[in-house]
Design a protein around this ligand. Structure first.
Ligand SMILES: C[S@@+](CC[C@H](N)C(=O)[O-])C[C@H]1O[C@@H](n2cnc3c(N)ncnc32)[C@H](O)[C@@H]1O
Length: 276
């Protein structure tokens, strides 16, 4: 199948409008391969017919969703960017816990945006379990969201392979995972119970609009696929749902410098974190 530039651009614009994900022209082969795969499954021969279908005959966005399930990049693993998580665990979390305990508020809310197959929110669950004293006296809620329906199915299942757990410290691997069969690692139920997974497109204007009082937002390795305009839209949304003093963590290649001046910049142990 050929993907003439004209149609690539039409498709790219449609994806950008609906998801914020922005494909440069050098991604044409990446898109073409997955588009072809999806068109075959859906019974289309001509790109122009498929694009017309997405625009006009797919009002619920079901076919568009199927295409996005193939196009998103879902790379993730437990304890990714370990040293940043250390900053979270040793500084930010302790500070927030202390303030909240002093104010007699023992609830903790975390949003994990672009959670992929669940390794990141479950990692956060393990960290909270390990780092919060008198853990059982706290009410902890982790909301984990992604635009890709397939990754959410895997996340809810919570069973992983060796590659996903390669950076899990051995003592945690023993404590928080069971092994249903050789080479499989299932996350323990108490950690699973902390996380609620939801299908959310961050670029949907209605998404997350009733969410508030979050202590932390993790949105790591997601905004790299967006352009500055859509990044700003998403980051403004995060600002609105964080409480004062709450933190946002981005991936190491991501920065808010061009996007928002609303957050305080904190430099902690060679890492930059942003605080409302
Ligand atoms: C590379 S993964 C990052 C996973 C994890 N945060 C990490 O750092 O290991 C990026 C995830 O963001 C999700 N994503 C991309 N655009 C999104 C959008 N508009 N709304 C919600 N999730 C999105 C993708 O489906 C993918 O699972």
């Amino acid at each position: 199948m050929e993907l003439p530039l004209e149609y690539f651009i039409k498709l790219r614009n449609l994806i950008y409008e609906r998801t914020g994900i922005s494909y440069e022209e050098n991604k044409i082969y990446y898109v073409k391969k997955r588009l072809h795969q999806r068109m075959e499954m859906a019974g289309f021969d001509r790109v122009e017919d498929y694009i017309r279908h997405l625009k006009i005959f797919d009002p619920q966005g079901r076919e568009f969703q199927q295409l996005m399930n193939l196009l998103t990049v879902n790379e993730t693993y437990f304890f990714r960017e370990f040293s940043q998580l250390q900053v979270f665990a040793e500084y930010c979390l302790q500070e927030v816990i202390k303030h909240k305990a002093e104010a007699n508020n023992r609830t903790l809310k975390i949003l994990c945006a672009g959670c992929s197959t669940g390794e990141e929110p479950y990692t956060l669950g393990i960290i909270l379990r390990e780092m919060i004293e008198h853990f059982s006296s706290w009410e902890v809620f982790i909301k984990a969201i992604d635009i890709d329906e397939n990754v959410l199915v895997a996340a809810r299942k919570g069973v992983y392979d060796q590659r996903s757990v390669k950076d899990v410290p051995p003592s945690y691997l023993q404590r928080y995972f069971t092994s249903p069969s050789k080479g499989e690692y299932a996350i323990e139920q108490t950690i699973k119970d902390m996380v609620v997974f939801e299908h959310v497109n961050l670029m949907d204007r209605r998404a997350l609009r009733y969410e508030e009082d979050y202590d932390f937002v993790f949105c790591r390795n997601v905004l790299i696929y967006f352009d500055d305009v859509s990044r700003k839209q998403v980051v403004d949304k995060f600002y609105g749902l964080l409480r004062g003093g709450g933190y946002i963590f981005l991936g190491h290649a991501e920065s808010l410098s061009r996007i928002s001046s609303a957050f305080k910049i904190r430099r902690l142990s060679n890492h930059i974190v942003y605080q409302r």
